[in-house]
Design a protein around this ligand. Structure first.
Ligand code: CP
Length: 353
């Protein structure tokens, strides 16, 4: 995994650990330029990626990520193909996943993928790199991790950091509370890594059955305070981030009885009690300052009451709107292009606070 190091062209995006604070700012600047473009023109497209093709291989369910990637590519005048699930692909005829990645790479300039297994996108990048090194591909095809099992969801984190930056015009002095299943919820991992990178302080609300992974806790050092009471954290934090209860891991995708995982089932039972005690409704939100922000990357699974939607602290719909902006930034970066450089003549508008 290469650091982005200000040069995203051709690089795989596999983990938030690849990003420095200035890399994150670079992507935020590009997303903000995309926002200006989308809000200043009737036709929100810009001719930056003509002839380039995105193949989005979503091997796990997705609404927001799949659609925002393909919409972002359309806005950049590129081509896109969405492959959802494994049914209909040649894997049904016994093709290995390694061979499938190379097949996709033969027909793409960039691949975005979500996999049920941790490090699936890294494995895809290795298969494609091997084919390239052996002289069997015409060009490198970067891989963008759109969520890999219980590991990471770096493009969601970049977009969420953009949403936070829009409201507070930076990250300085911000405290972020992250509540939920810290072991299996990948968006938490990427967000905490990114938030630490930009200097935020982290409070975690967690249980022993799904704790913050040790490597993230070590990364945070004194900047992360673990096991805080939710109501106390709400009073203290600027931002409350509550993730979905990820209860899908007790069954594999086939849904067959033999794929049932009793340990994950037990964990889900214990966690469902914890999620009940963490449930947020509008009355509970009043514990936070009026300038606070509540984020949920959605889909929701009962963590937040619908009555929170009308509270000015709740920004989860803005989070979804921002996904297209950040994924436009990610796609242009993969090709060494810049939206900022193209739109300097458009009038500036205030960000989506
Ligand atoms: N936030 C998110 O990743 O949503 P989807 O599962 O709908 O892509």
């Amino acid at each position: 995994m290469s650091p982005i190091d200000g040069q995203p062209k051709g690089k795989n995006i596999l983990s938030m650990t690849q990003f420095s604070a200035s890399d994150i700012e670079l992507y935020i600047d590009e997303a903000r330029a995309a926002d200006r473009l989308l809000r200043n023109q009737e036709d929100p497209s810009i001719n930056l990626l003509p002839g380039k093709k995105l193949v989005a291989v979503m091997r796990q369910d997705s609404t927001r990520t799949a659609l925002s990637m393909t919409t972002a590519m359309e806005n950049l005048k590129g081509n896109k193909e969405l492959i959802s699930g494994q049914s209909g692909s040649a894997e049904g005829k016994g093709e290995t996943i390694e061979d499938s990645w190379v097949a996709y790479a033969c027909m793409a300039h960039v691949i975005g993928t979500r996999t049920p297994d941790a490090f699936g996108p890294l494995k895809a990048a290795k298969s494609i790199d091997t084919a390239l090194q052996e002289g069997n591909l015409l060009w490198p095809v970067p891989i963008i991790n759109l969520g890999d099992g219980t590991n990471e969801h770096p493009t969601q984190a970049l977009s969420d950091l953009y949403t936070i930056h829009n409201k507070y015009t930076g990250f300085k002095g911000l405290k972020l509370t992250v509540v939920g299943d810290h072991e299996r919820y990948r968006a938490h991992h990427s967000l905490i890594i990114g938030a630490l990178t930009v200097g935020m302080e982290i409070l975690t609300v967690e249980t022993d059955v799904a704790p913050v992974p040790e490597y993230i806790s070590e990364m945070g050092g004194s900047k992360i305070t673990r096991g805080v009471d939710l109501d106390e954290a709400m009073r203290e934090a600027n931002i409350l981030y509550i993730g979905r209860r990820p209860d899908e891991y007790e069954k594999k995708s086939s849904g067959d009885d033999e794929d049932y995982n009793p340990a994950e089932h037990r964990r889900n039972e214990l966690l469902s009690q914890a999620y009940k005690s963490w449930h947020i409704d509008r009355a509970r939100l009043q514990k936070m300052s009026l300038d606070a922000m509540v984020l949920h990357p959605r889909p929701r699974n009962g963590e937040m009451n619908q009555d929170c939607d009308a509270d000015p602290r709740t920004h989860d719909i803005k989070q979804m709107i921002n996904l297209v902006r950040m994924r436009m930034a990610i796609l242009v970066g993969a090709f060494g292009k810049s939206i900022r450089q193209e739109i300097h003549s458009l009038p500036a508008k205030p960000p989506n606070k």
